[in-house]
Design a protein around this ligand. Structure first.
Ligand code: 4NP
Length: 151
């Protein structure tokens, strides 16, 4: 079973969205995956995802309300097979915590997995509009559908 961790800054918008969408697709397609998410910051530890992220995902048929934020920690390098980060700044921050090359090799931009070598980021909707939350949902949903084709 593949163990996959999604990482963003706050663990209240993008990475719990990816976690919830993958859990949704896992259920739908009966996939053998373990999925989790975390934030590089401590800002929102223990909190549910952002209300706007929850509401937008719900509108699109994905429940995120049961998720709770946690901070990324170095044990995650051993606990997961792959660590997908949402943007380049989180890529830098996670790689900086890696103690060896094996750990570093587990970390990559999520969108590079499905759109290779593009270095595309999942934009942070936190300071954005309702449309930004919808755009991020559609971006992550499409990428997740492409992503699960390998399983
Ligand atoms: P996320 O979005 O990294 O996608 O969860 C953010 C959430 C909170 C903050 C920044 C980004 N913040 O500064 O509190």
């Amino acid at each position: 079973m593949q163990k996959i961790l999604f990482v963003c800054l706050g663990n209240i918008c993008r990475s719990p969205l990816a976690e919830g969408i993958l859990l949704h697709l896992k259920e739908k397609h009966k996939l053998n995956l373990e999925i989790d998410s975390a934030g590089t910051s401590h800002y929102h530890i223990g909190e549910a995802p952002d209300k706007r992220t929850i509401a937008n995902a719900k509108k699109n048929g994905v429940d995120l309300s049961f998720l709770r934020a946690r901070q990324f920690n170095v044990n995650d390098f051993d606990a997961f097979d792959k660590i997908y980060v949402m943007d380049k700044s989180n890529l830098t921050n996670v790689v900086a915590l890696a103690k060896n090359q094996t750990h570093k090799n587990k970390v990559s931009l999520f969108l590079n997995e499905v759109y290779p070598n593009t270095n595309l980021e999942v934009p942070d909707p936190y300071y954005g509009t309702e449309k930004d939350f919808e755009d991020v949902f559609q971006l992550v949903y499409k990428a997740s559908e492409l992503f699960i084709k390998q399983f």
